[in-house]
Design a protein around this ligand. Structure first.
Ligand SMILES: NC(=O)C1=CN([C@@H]2O[C@H](COP(=O)(O)OP(=O)(O)OC[C@H]3O[C@@H](n4cnc5c(N)ncnc54)[C@H](OP(=O)(O)O)[C@@H]3O)[C@@H](O)[C@H]2O)C=CC1
Ligand SMILES: O=C(CO)[C@H](O)[C@H](O)COP(=O)(O)O
Length: 477
């Protein structure tokens, strides 16, 4: 076997096969392999004319077909399958070779694998890839972690096959070990929030205006021409316009209202709890999916009284504009929180992640690609240490213009019994983060009362405790 392939892909399901085709279409000789040979054979049979593929049945032949340093992309089911493939690869590879896990791995797994492969003299690159089937083929957003040295070898190839916006690749080096998969995880968390917010906007228009799916689709299509322009709004308009062939009804009206999840949103929330970063929009979106699937609770809950009146909206156009403004503001909150989480993890793990660069590589190729990501990049370019995206002058003004609408929508939804967990929690976050004084003073006093947990004062330095069950004197703790 001649070692002539410039890159290899093992795992040729939806993502791997399209990524392999993308490499081939960009002129790379691509070694391809899958656990079961049928997928390899069908890739070459169906898409052989995309470029130069080198198919192999065995992992040993696959590795032997790669030029050194070998670059092996693993695109298999995340978790145990990735470990199994790595274990098979290690004895076949040589010092300096690069293993790239492009699946949706959990970043602690990536950190573990990177350390393990380093001990074998191998580079391990955990990379986020977003864009689904279409993105993998035509240009995804790529978020690679690992050693800077590995990026010197790999970066040009990944940048080549990534999406481009204004000629700029949607791929850049993210940071060491698990940084790439961490950023992909937060991307997916934001994806959950964005989808939930869009779903809430749809529900408000449906319940408030009694609008049909078709009409709401037209509203979303209109919104997609302005500040909200994004892939998710675009596909929402498309989905809402789709008619079910079997029933002739709007497609969304025949889809069961139970949202599933594979785990990246949950990981994002779990990690935010560990870091102590309030990502309330993402958390509510994740829990909203859980609520939608809580079948026994939802069946039991149908008896609960609503105590809400009939929703009458006199000015339809004004209501639609309010929903649009509330959606935009809530969306900025979700991104602001997600970028806070990236900053916190980066500081804790010494990753030195450039948040502006992350917004830049999310402008194209990925599921959350959106017009306003340009504005986020600009905000972090203005101030790389920005502690709150919402406080960047551009976003302060933009969100500020919609605050009245946001409050009206959240209030009307509550009065009319329409659940808006992501809209409401985002507004609560906005009010919380801008508050001069929060009621946490009372919580500190309570904690000191029952557990001598101490508190600080606003009028002098130090840490104090009050003898609550004694004479109530205060002492330095
Ligand atoms: N689908 C999507 O839109 C996106 C997916 N991802 C991530 O990309 C990765 C691939 O996703 P997708 O293409 O959907 O495929 P799947 O996650 O459905 O995984 C199927 C692939 O994994 C292989 N596989 C499963 N178990 C093993 C094992 N023990 N040893 C070797 N190979 C194994 C299968 O081989 P076989 O054919 O032999 O069964 C097949 O090639 C996943 O990590 C996913 O989370 C990332 C972004 C978007
Ligand atoms: O990674 C992705 C896109 O970026 C996938 O689409 C994501 O896995 C979908 O997640 P879930 O199944 O949890 O909704």
């Amino acid at each position: 076997m001649t070692a002539r392939a410039q890159i290899g892909v093992t795992g040729l399901a939806v993502m791997g096969r399209n990524l392999a085709r993308n490499f081939a279409r960009h002129g790379y000789t691509v070694a391809v392999h899958n656990r079961s040979y049928a997928k390899t054979a069908s890739l070459v049979a169906d898409h052989g004319d995309d470029g130069d593929f080198v198919p192999s049945e065995s992992m040993a032949d696959f590795v032997a077909s790669l030029a050194r340093p070998r670059k092996v992309v693993i695109m298999v089911k995340a978790g145990a399958a990735t470990d199994a493939v790595i274990a098979e690869l290690i004895p076949l590879l040589e010092e300096g070779d690069i293993v790239i896990d492009a699946g949706n791995a959990h970043f602690p797994d990536t950190r573990r694998r990177e350390a393990e492969l380093k001990a074998h003299g191998l580079h391990f690159v955990g990379t986020g890839v977003s864009g689904g089937e279409e993105g993998a083929l035509n240009g995804p957003s790529i978020m690679p972690g690992g050693s800077p040295e590995s990026y010197e070898w790999l970066g040009p190839i990944l940048e080549d096959i990534s999406a481009k916006v204004d000629g700029v690749p949607c791929c850049t080096y993210v940071g060491p070990d698990g940084a790439g998969h961490f950023v992909k995880m937060v991307h997916n968390g934001i994806e959950y929030a964005d989808m939930q917010l869009i779903a809430e906007a749809y529900d408000l228009l449906k319940q408030g205006l009694g609008a049909s799916a078709q009409e709401i689709g037209e509203i979303f299509a209109e919104w997609n021409k302005g500040d909200l322009e994004s892939f998710l709004i675009e596909i929402t308009a498309d989905v809402l316009a789709h008619v079910d062939a079997e029933t002739g009804n709007a497609f969304v009206d025949v889809v069961l209202d139970r949202a599933e999840q594979k785990g990246t949103g949950r990981w994002t929330v779990q990690n935010a709890l560990d870091l102590g970063v309030p990502i309330t929009g993402i958390a509510e979106a994740t829990f909203a999916r859980a609520l939608s699937g809580s079948v026994p609770q939802r069946e039991a809950g149908r008896v609960l009284p609503a105590e809400s009146g009939a929703w009458e909206i006199s000015d339809r156009a004004a209501f639609i504009e309010d929903v649009r403004l509330a959606l935009y503001a809530s969306k900025v909150v979700a991104y602001s929180q997600g970028f806070d989480q990236i900053a916190a993890a980066s500081a804790e793990l010494g990753w030195n992640i450039d948040r502006g660069a992350m917004a830049r590589i999310w402008r194209g190729g990925c599921i959350i690609r959106a017009r306003f990501l340009n504005r986020i990049t600009e905000a972090y370019e203005r101030n790389p240490e920005l502690s709150l995206l919402l406080a960047d002058p551009y976003f302060t003004e933009q969100v500020g213009q919609g605050v009245g609408a946001w409050r009206r929508i959240v209030a009307q939804a509550a009065l009319n019994g329409v659940p808006t967990p992501a809209f409401s929690s985002s507004l609560a976050y906005y009010d919380g983060v801008r508050a001069e004084r929060l009621p946490a003073n009372l919580i500190q006093a309570q904690r000191d009362f029952f557990g001598a947990h101490t508190y600080q004062r606003i009028d002098k330095d130090g840490v104090f405790h009050t003898e609550w069950t004694g004479d109530r004197t205060e002492s330095d703790a």
